[in-house]
Design a protein around this ligand. Structure first.
Ligand code: F6R
Length: 609
């Protein structure tokens, strides 16, 4: 585990930089912004204060936006800039940051998600504010404008008191030679150096200028002037902050101190899970899907790879919670098999990238046949997201490691919310236990992640084997498939996932002392049967790695290695159970010295057949 100050550095959504000092701001901001490119983004923008307040922004890569609009034409020594990873509203010029309000006096960049933006937007519109974008962020700009009476920091504090959600923000105002920054759940740091001050969401952006950093904590706000920083709470009380010196190099910082992006993304899961639930789960479920879902008679989920594994779990969830018949198909099979789908069917396509060629073709086929379509997508504004009739964004943030990890667990939570939403739409009551179990997932995942050292030791012990079998039952049969896929794609070890009961119909012939078998054996519906399967393996001298519930002592008798996970309801258990399997695959591949983030022959986005 890397050190804590690094762990809090990256925001999984977007990037912020700011500069105030004696030099021209735009070239410094441009260079700092490019340091954040590795994180993934879809738009870029900059605002600089001169005699006027000028903004340049557009969708596309930083260089493309620069070539088209020329950031260097922005004069002035105070500025903020942003790379956006869309969460609300498509990636286009209007939705790119910085955002302004009605009178153009201020510009603001924001990372995070404002949960109550639609209520605030209605209120501000009723007071005469005119909105230009589809973003959640724009409400903040209008709120600050509303509260501004000459005290800039005071107006930003008042605005922040009104919002619910996460933010890291930087704001500039035409009447003030300062940048106001604040954070809540989304990192923001201030870099100090003589008569210059920098700010960023990620230390890597400003490290070439200074290693001296002030770390803002949640609900702290700061006024940044050239060479002077004042930190307060939102109620105007001054806070003394220490200046800390960073001792890490750039590569370590980009990966948040982790050795690979994949490991960083595995560890980001408590946070990404919070993001997929944010604003959507209370006593009822609020998914804001377009059109009514209550008249759908059958659901067909189509996807590829890891997303197909989520689909299999989705079937289990939708049938048991929403009580609607559900089928699952590989997108590549669905598109070529004259599928019998029509107007009473809802076809749900799942895709992290939103660009997978087979999944897109399956979606088009379903639309052609008159079905309603829904996308469960990570990349906002991607082709599939635009083509589907309605959708749910999973808000996992950019996934850079080729092997999907945090997108998978967020897909699972999106499917849980969908199943609950469908049940609710059909007038049935919701089980409050499931709701609280879903809400508790980030803490449980965090708890499993803390066992990383133990999982690494198991990986070290088994890494030299050339075949693995993964077995699970019921809702955790797809967990076995996903665990096996993770291992094979990054470690190049042959691994099979099977429903545990199928073992005796063939795979049992493979078992001997050279075959590690990973059992998903936590307490739940199929527990006793899984134990019998373990007995069968033990009798054939197979080596057992068991994912088991805390407190289950019986399992020790059968398993060579036990990885404990907290007790959960069956419905949410796949999220908790996949974490040790992601880590096991990662540590085995890393021990073999492989390029974990870019495994051979694989691409992050499969846009060809
Ligand atoms: C495995 C993996 C792939 C993708 C598959 C679909 O770790 O990442 O199996 O899940 O290529 O990609 P998306 O979800 O982008 O459609």
């Amino acid at each position: 585990m890397p050190n804590k100050s690094l762990l809090i550095l990256g925001d999984i959504m977007c990037g912020i930089v700011g500069y105030i000092g004696p030099r021209k701001a735009s070239p410094i901001l441009l260079k700092c912004l490019k340091r954040l490119e590795y994180r993934g983004y879809d738009s870029a923008g900059m605002a600089v204060l001169n005699s006027s307040l000028d903004v340049i922004k557009d969708s596309g890569k930083i260089d493309e936006v620069d070539t088209k609009h020329d950031f260097s034409k922005l004069g002035g020594k105070i500025g903020i800039a942003h790379t956006r990873w869309a969460t609300h509203g498509e990636p286009n010029m209007v939705n790119a940051h910085p955002h302004t309000a009605c009178n153009g006096d201020l510009a603001l960049v924001h990372n995070g998600i404002i949960e109550n933006y639609s209520t605030l937007r209605d209120l501000l519109e009723s007071e005469g504010h005119t909105f230009q974008t589809d973003t959640d962020t724009e409400v903040l700009a209008h709120l600050i404008e509303k509260f501004y009476t000459g005290n800039f920091m005071g107006a930003v504090s008042k605005a922040l008191i009104k919002v619910r959600g996460t933010y890291g923000i930087a704001v500039i105002h035409r009447n003030h030679e300062e940048i106001i920054v604040a954070r809540n759940g989304s990192p923001l740091i201030i870099g100090v150096k003589d008569d210059e001050t920098f700010t960023a969401s990620d230390a890597s952006a400003i490290l070439e200028h200074t290693k001296k950093m002030i770390y803002l904590e949640d609900k702290e706000i700061a006024s940044i002037k050239a060479g002077k920083v004042t930190v307060k709470n939102l109620f105007d009380k001054k806070i003394d902050k220490e200046v800390e010196e960073i001792g890490w190099d750039l590569d370590q910082i980009e990966k948040g101190g982790f050795k690979h992006f994949m490991l960083k993304e595995i560890f980001e899961q408590p946070e990404s899970l919070r993001n997929v639930m944010r604003g959507r789960i209370g006593k009822t479920i609020k998914l804001s899907v377009n059109g009514t879902l209550s008249d759908c008679r059958r659901i067909i989920i189509v996807a590829c790879g890891t997303s197909w594994h989520s689909a299999l779990i989705g079937r289990y969830l939708i049938e048991s919670i929403a009580e609607i018949p559900t089928e699952v198909d590989y997108a590549s099979e669905f598109r070529y098999r004259e599928p019998l789908v029509g107007k009473n069917d809802l076809v749900v396509v799942i895709s992290q990238s939103g660009e997978t060629a087979d999944t897109l073709a399956a979606l088009k086929e379903a639309k052609k046949r008159g079905a309603k379509t829904m996308g469960i997508i990570n990349v906002v504004g991607s082709t599939i997201a635009r083509e589907a009739d309605t959708g749910i964004y999973i808000h996992a943030g950019p996934e850079i490691g080729v092997a999907s990890t945090k997108a998978y667990t967020n897909q699972l939570v999106a499917l849980m919310l969908l199943a609950l939403d469908l049940r609710q739409s059909n007038g049935k009551t919701l089980d409050s236990n499931i709701i609280s179990e879903i809400r508790g997932l980030p803490e449980k995942v965090d708890h499993v992640l803390k066992q990383n050292k133990k999982i690494k030791a198991i990986a070290d012990a088994v890494a030299d084997h050339s075949n693995f079998l993964y077995l699970g039952r019921g809702i955790n049969y797809p967990t076995a498939l996903e665990g096996a896929l993770k291992l094979k794609e990054i470690s190049y070890i042959h691994a099979e996932g099977y429903p545990a009961a199928e073992m005796k119909h063939g795979p049992i012939a493979l078992i001997d002392e050279n075959m590690p078998i990973v059992f998903i054996a936590n307490k739940g519906k199929g527990y006793d049967k899984i134990i019998s399967n373990m007995e069968e393996v033990k009798a054939r001298r197979g080596k057992i790695i068991a994912i088991a519930t805390e407190g289950d002592m019986d399992i020790k008798r059968l398993a060579d290695w036990v990885i404990r996970v907290p007790e959960t309801m069956d419905e949410v258990s796949p999220v908790v159970n996949i974490i040790p399997l992601q880590l096991l695959a990662y540590y085995i591949a890393d021990r073999k010295g492989l390029d974990v983030d870019k495994p051979r022959n694989l691409a992050k986005s499969v846009t060809v057949e």
